[in-house]
Design a protein around this ligand. Structure first.
Ligand SMILES: NC(=O)c1ccc[n+]([C@@H]2O[C@H](COP(=O)([O-])OP(=O)(O)OC[C@H]3O[C@@H](n4cnc5c(N)ncnc54)[C@H](O)[C@@H]3O)[C@@H](O)[C@H]2O)c1
Length: 264
């Protein structure tokens, strides 16, 4: 039996961690996956990768801007119109910070980073929760009690510890961790699980796009005892575990997947 008999929804699915998560859902036997992002071209490419690993996965490609409340509500409604429910939601859409101290950061930069990383994640999670509240639990892989749904928000190691020149980004990710814990408390009685993953430095277009930024990451990579970048697949693996019924007693957790960065 598949670990994922329900419907998955992934934001930020046009690239990096969101793409790897969407492809993993398809590979691991989830047959209904909504892939959502503002980048339609990237989504079409992700869909192609998903089809390469699964001939049977039903895929919904949905363009959405995390800055727009109505579009985020519409994203969840689109999945519900197609399949009637949403069981696993991974909220991965996000942007990198402006790489400046607070006195060199404009309020517009602050609002944009927090608007996508924190507010957009909250709006996504809120819309997913509203749907999960209405649905019945699905059967699980081994007969243990199932949940009405499982949400994984993507935070960051930089929500746990800070680095220079990133107050807006670090705060946006600390907020995601805190929101995750608050929601986990509120919706436990409704049989919904909410957790987050805190990636370390991961090789995705976010970190690899700009050669100058890539070079500046070397000291951060060296802080982690494992002394390497992680892969998007390594983050997707954590997301799928938390979504699955193997994590049936994991609630409100901020799972750090960072090669040991925050312990050193
Ligand atoms: N790569 C890392 O080292 C790292 C480390 C810690 C946390 N993260 C977090 O992981 C998540 C995924 O990052 P990634 O590394 O895969 O980056 P990425 O740039 O490869 O992917 C981010 C995706 O988010 C989408 N997105 C951005 N703004 C959007 C908006 N307004 N509306 C809809 N979609 C939007 C982009 O189009 C893109 O497809 C982000 O939340 C990021 O902050 C990444």
């Amino acid at each position: 039996m598949t670990l994922f008999p329900g419907v998955a929804l992934v934001t930020g699915a046009a690239s990096g961690i969101g793409r790897a998560t969407a492809v993993s859902f398809a590979l691991e036997g989830c047959y209904q996956v909504a892939i959502c992002d503002r980048n339609l071209e990237g989504l079409v490419e992700t869909e192609k990768y998903m089809r390469e690993v699964s001939a049977t996965c039903d895929i919904l490609v949905h363009q959405v801007d995390m800055l727009l409340d109505d579009q985020i509500e519409g994203m969840v409604q689109a999945a519900v119109s197609k399949w009637g429910r949403v069981d696993y939601a991974v909220n991965a859409a996000g942007v990198i910070g402006n790489n400046d101290r607070s006195t060199d950061t404009t309020s517009q930069q602050f609002d944009l980073i927090n608007g996508i990383n924190y507010r957009g994640c909250w709006l996504s999670s809120r819309a997913e929760l509203a749907q999960m509240l209405k649905q019945e639990p699905l059967p699980t892989h081994d007969g243990r009690p199932g949940s009405k749904g499982s949400i994984v928000n993507i935070a960051s190691q930089l929500g746990v510890v800070s680095r220079p020149n990133a107050p807006a980004y670090c705060a946006s990710k600390a907020a995601v961790i805190s929101m995750t814990k608050s929601d986990a408390i509120d919706y436990s009685k409704d049989n919904i699980r909410i957790n987050c993953v805190c990636p370390g430095v991961i090789a995705t277009p976010m970190t690899q796009g700009d050669p100058e930024f890539r070079a500046a990451l070397a000291p951060a990579i060296a802080i982690a005892p494992m002394d390497r970048m992680g892969t998007a697949q390594e983050i997707a693996d954590a997301c799928l575990f938390l979504c699955s019924s193997k994590a049936s007693f994991v609630q409100g957790h901020a799972m750090v997947v960072d090669g040991g960065y925050v312990i050193s």
